[in-house]
Design a protein around this ligand. Sequence first.
Ligand code: FAD
Length: 557
Amino acid sequence: MSDSIDHTLRGSWAPSGAGAAPLSAHAMRWLRQRIGLSEAPTPAVPPSLIDVSETALPQVVSSELVALLGENHVLTETGQRLGRAGGLSYGDLMRRRGGNGVAVPDAVVLPADPEQVQRVLELCARHDIAVVPFGGGTSVVGGVSSLRGGKVAVIVLDLARLNRLVSVDPVSHVAVLQGGMRAPDAEALLAAHGFTLGHFPQSFERATIGGFAATRSAGQASAGHGRFEGMVEGVRAATPVGEWRLGTAPASAAGPDLRQLAVGGEGALGVITEVALRVRPAPVHSRYEAVVLDGWQVGAEAVRTLAQSRTLADVTRLSDADETEVGFEFSGGMKARALRTLLRGRRMHEPCMLVLGWEAASRRELDERRDATLRALRRFRPVRLGGKVGESWRANRFSGPRQRDTLLDHGVCVETLETATHWAGLSELRSAVRAALLRTLEVDGRTPIVMCHVSHAYETGASLYFTVLAGRDQQDPLGQWQRAKQAATDAIVERTPGRAMGRGTLTHQHAVGTDHQPWLADEIGSVGVQVLTAAKKAVDPTGILNPGKLVDRWQEE
Ligand SMILES: Cc1cc2nc3c(=O)[nH]c(=O)nc-3n(C[C@H](O)[C@H](O)[C@H](O)COP(=O)(O)OP(=O)(O)OC[C@H]3O[C@@H](n4cnc5c(N)ncnc54)[C@H](O)[C@@H]3O)c2cc1C
């Protein structure tokens, strides 16, 4: 398998800056008109200008780590430490691009197997060193920030060498994968056995199996394959108090499902070294297409109908009118004009694109499922755009992060946030978050673009994923987004006299990290925080694991 990703440049998505997706001249003109773009490019400062302090790792710890892992697997050079400093949120990228305020680990260690991971944790517990488990480093909530949490030093535990397919059980359809394996490698190895995991988040190219499990990730084909935690059959985790193995059967009534403490533990409740996963036979046939519906309400009602009649396509993604417009404009001037003319002719006032993708073992199964979906949609009067638009969405489905690099270079504030709720409150939640983002992101009288889509639908509700494009507040770029995030999250968790819970969840798929922690008690209650704190104390009594993430026991004392 491919060896560890080049993490030396964390100011962008593409590992060495290559592969950024330039936007067309038309898209740039359109954006300039809508939100304003800085005239001069706003590139990242070179790594040499980033402020990095000397490693604080005591020599004795460094020597013991070298004795355990070998010299090549204990990295203390500035570039290597910078390479694993933080994740990929707008805040992370802006700090990195500006060269200020980057929390840099004192060392990076690369254990080879679960036994070495266990011994690293025991060693760090003995010396009171904080440990940040690190998969692909794609966290967008501060999950891999190198916080010391009052410890002597902080190391990043990079799982890149735990990249083996341990076993495949073709009878039970269960595969055991090591935690550091990246998603493309997992799919390639499983394909050789005729299986797929079917987990395709937008961060697919970089994220890892352990990271997916630790954050309860959801992929683009969640309607067909389910969320990541639903695929987990068993977990092997290292903790400072010893190894923990869970999951011997597909279902169990032996008390609460403790696998779900490791899954969603965000590196604060253990390091996931192996995951047993439900896999499925790889599909042979697939078809992607797009339809347009008139207005958000009609679109949401259509997706609810599909979910509740069990006719969802494996990929079901509804964009609101703003996201649809941006999609058209980014695909080029001619295309945008042609699509607009077509949709006006069909009396579409507020075009909302719905991408549908089906995958199946046989042509017949595919046709039957597709027919069922399209039949259920008929009463919503969709305009069919056909396979070309759907296939083009599929071909470009991982290019968003590359375009983000280009937008960052042009002074755009570009970030996402997500939530979920029940169908009955979905539109109210969308309106509340939208209003908060529009209100807080305006710069120099220019209205930001706030886009929203549903890409994960359930019988009882759906997720909402917001993407913003706003002119950057050059004086205070971090503060600009922090104010927007605060207002949007307050709107999500707000309780009103008639409602005992917030409007929606803090996070449907990105996890808690540092960024959502201030609101965690709003969602799980103070009893929930106490339960999580007790679990943390049990597996990590001195608090070395990922300080400041998920639940920080010192906050409670
Ligand atoms: C451009 C972009 C698009 C994204 N799209 C999606 C999406 O479509 N769906 C989605 O769900 N998420 C998405 N994300 C968020 C992110 O990719 C996911 O949270 C992913 O699961 C993180 O995996 P990772 O391997 O990169 O984990 P990391 O970022 O390395 O770590 C994430 C958290 O998990 C912990 N962790 C990592 N590995 C382990 C381990 N082996 N054991 C214990 N803890 C561990 C870390 O300490 C941290 O708290 C996106 C992120 C970006 C930047």
